[in-house]
Design a protein around this ligand. Structure first.
Ligand code: IPD
Ligand code: CA
Ligand code: CA
Ligand code: CA
Length: 271
């Protein structure tokens, strides 16, 4: 894959993300259909669907022979293609439905299973995060870098809680309490892709979460890596897109955060 080819895919992803972002802005505050997708709290709106339709239309025009994995439509296109677009048309649907301004469009491209292009667009704050493997990471076309914080004690972390949190003991609550005590704070902002984009900007120092889908993180992992960050499984082993778990940091606190996540005391000890 040449840099020119990657740059071309980056421009296609950007065109789709910007178009989807305008669709989302046009629906914001005017939603008529907010539904639950089976689980309590797992929302989908007409804006998620309209945003996804625009992205699919643009990809269909530019790269009709590529495979697609989109949150609301599932798998589309040629499954044998080495190109897979992972699309979250609205990451942060709960925030969006409540007009809490932390949501984004996230579009990642995996080539032979490796995330190589990432575009995350936050229309409300007019921030466009982009990266291509080996091309660097930018916000609004200016280069970005992860933070310099080098110890957990002075770090700010971000996490999230999956929609199955009511049905599983593995719900990240104990981890949240443990890390809240060890750091300057842990935030739960409600958009995994923006959590990764902000980590890449140096606005937080580390992020972990379980229960994620490839469309939540495909774009963000490219942006964080290209901004100098580190992405692994909780135990520091290689990150797997389908595992649902991610540990992403500025690199400097990675080993310490990984150790802390592997030694979480039970929730009962916080009483
Ligand atoms: C969700 C958000 C949230 C994360 C959930 C995701 P959605 O995506 O990224 O931050 O905690 O696990 O499913 O449903 O708003 O696209
Ligand atoms: Ca969703
Ligand atoms: Ca999502
Ligand atoms: Ca979504």
């Amino acid at each position: 894959m040449t840099d020119n080819q990657l740059q071309n895919f980056l421009e296609i992803a950007t065109e789709a993300a910007l178009a989807a972002g305008s669709v989302l802005q046009s629906f914001c505050g005017k939603l008529e259909k907010i539904q639950e997708k089976g689980r309590s709290g797992d929302l989908v709106t007409e804006a998620d669907k309209a945003s996804e339709a625009v992205i699919l239309e643009i990809l269909g025009r530019h790269v009709p022979d590529h495979a697609i994995l989109a949150e609301e439509s599932g798998k589309l296109g040629d499954a044998s293609s080495k190109y897979l677009w992972a699309i979250d048309p609205l990451d942060g649907t709960t925030n969006y439905a409540h007009q809490y301004p932390f949501w984004a469009v996230s579009i990642g491209l995996l080539i032979d299973g490796i995330p190589q292009i990432g575009v995350i667009y936050d229309p409300f704050h007019n921030e466009l995060f982009r990266a291509g493997k080996g091309l660097g990471a930018t916000c609004n076309r200016k280069p970005i870098q992860v933070s310099q914080i080098s110890e957990l004690r002075t770090s700010l972390l971000v996490t999230g809680f999956a929609y199955d949190r009511r049905e599983t003991a593995d719900n990240n609550y104990a981890e949240f309490c443990h890390l809240t005590h060890l750091t300057q704070g842990v935030r739960r902002s409600g958009s995994a892709s923006l959590d990764l984009a902000h980590l890449a900007m140096g606005r937080s120092d580390g992020y972990w979460e379980r229960g994620l889908a490839p469309w939540d993180v495909a774009a963000g992992v490219v942006i964080v890596s290209e901004a100098g960050g580190q992405i692994t499984a909780y135990d520091g082993s290689a990150f797997k897109m389908n595992s649902g778990r991610i540990l992403a940091t500025n690199g400097r606190i990675h080993a310490e955060l990984s150790s802390a996540l592997l030694a979480v005391p039970p929730l009962s000890s916080w009483k």
